[in-house]
Design a protein. Structure first.
Lengths: 338, 78
């Protein structure tokens, strides 16, 4: 069904604009038209459908679910809900405090916040359509692992010591109270929604998300198209000595100053991989661009001391590197040379 | 006079919410007080997790989005 977008791009780029399929400009323009139309179409359909389904999932219910779990599964649930819960980054602070003041351990809350920007329906849809299901699955596993491991380390070093006073106090108070009774927390009932309510919710979500990300899609695909058309195949392998251990940290640091969301980075990933950059290195770059963004960290300063922020930042970067190395090691076996 | 508090750590939607309340009140010829609450500790006391949220006379009446105009009108006239 999606071939229609290839045909559309064929017609627009080669017939209407008269570009040759063998020229650099021709391939770049073709890539741009095919990917933007395909991605925007899939996004509109899928965001709407997914929003219909999750209209009744609100943060209060998510929090109660997580509270009922014991610590070990808590990380998994924190990270998993971070992936599926609709949530705007401007809400990170209230969300953080809402979780903390309910006695949810810092590591589990952070597993939620780490995973949230990396995995969302937009990222999954784009990856699936550009790079296939295997890669999408690997991305989800890696994203959740980064969140869960980051959270576990934070709890292991008792990171809550370095929360701002008011937040630490609220956490202690709640943790004492719910120490033995966390199994009794009641999950608030799902709001009863008619189809019309769900439709309205989904319509608003669609408008909000597409309004926010369409520019990123264009920029991301534009960059991807430029790479695709103008960088020769295998360029990275030949020029960066791709595959050497220092490539991964280099990719992580290169991604740091770039502040993008998953939407903008995924089309670039597609091109990087087809041009011969190893999958693990590409993933490390992508995660670093998406998840370690300074604006977000400056926001968290309101509830954390500088020391805790620095620790979290270091843990994240270390995680990205480990992920990059591991995937590079097992990549050829996983993907058979994507 | 009614006092509305708009809770939020300063994102654009929170500003829009405060403006929407002021505008609606003006249209209705009522005078209200709108206070923007950006202090995280205060927002935590209200147990609000999705912002922007609105509190009227110390009680949270809305959270998670910019409220619709007729909803706001209902609060002002209640």
């Amino acid at each position: 069904m999606l071939e229609i977008f290839t045909l559309l791009a064929d017609w627009l780029a080669y017939t209407l604009l008269g570009l040759g399929p063998d020229t650099r400009l021709g391939t770049a323009i073709h890539f741009f038209i095919e990917d933007t139309t395909k991605i925007l179409f899939l996004l509109v359909v899928m965001i709407y459908v997914i929003a219909l389904m999750r209209a009744s999932l609100n943060l209060e219910r998510v929090r109660a679910y997580i509270q009922r779990k014991n610590r070990a599964v808590g990380y998994f649930f924190g990270s998993g809900f971070g992936a599926i819960t609709p949530f705007c980054s401007c809400s990170s602070i209230p969300l953080f405090l809402g979780f903390t003041s309910a006695g949810i351990p810092l590591g589990i809350t952070m597993a939620f916040l780490f995973t949230s920007p990396i995995i969302n329906e937009v990222a999954v849809i784009m990856l699936w359509s550009l790079l296939g299901w295997k890669f999408t699955l690997a991305y989800i596993v890696v994203g959740m692992a980064v969140g869960m491991i980051g959270g576990m380390i934070l709890d292991a070093i008792k990171g809550e010591r370095w929360l701002k006073d008011f937040a630490a106090k609220a956490y202690r108070k709640a943790a004492e109270k719910t120490h033995d009774s966390s199994q009794d927390v009641e999950v608030p009932e799902a709001p009863k929604l008619t189809f019309k309510d769900r439709h309205n919710f989904a319509k608003d979500e669609l408008k909000e998300i597409v309004g926010r990300i369409w520019k990123w899609v264009l920029i991301g695909v534009g960059l991807g198209a430029a790479l695709h058309g103008f960088v020769p195949d295998g360029w990275f392998a030949e020029n960066l000595g791709a595959g050497q251990w220092w490539n991964v940290p280099a990719a992580v640091f290169a991604g740091l100053p770039l502040y993008s969301n998953a939407t903008g980075v995924i089309p670039v990933m597609e091109s990087l991989i087809t041009k011969g950059l190893p999958v693990g290195t590409t993933l490390a770059f992508c995660m670093s661009t998406v998840a370690a963004s300074f604006p977000e960290f400056i926001m968290l300063k309101q509830v954390m001391t500088f020391r805790l922020l620095a620790i979290i930042f270091t843990i994240l970067l270390a995680n990205f590197m480990v992920v990059g190395w591991v995937i590079n090691l097992i990549g050829p076996w996983l993907f058979g040379g994507v | 006079m009614k006092t509305f508090e708009v809770l939020g750590t300063g994102c654009k939607k929170c500003v829009n919410t405060a403006e929407a309340i002021e505008r609606t009140a003006k249209d209705l010829g009522e005078s209200v007080e709108v206070i923007k609450v950006t202090d995280p500790a205060r927002i935590m006391e209200y147990q609000v997790m999705s912002t922007p949220a609105v509190a009227l006379d110390g009680k949270v009446i809305h959270s998670g989005s910019v409220p619709e105009q007729d909803k706001i009108a209902g609060w002002i006239q209640s």
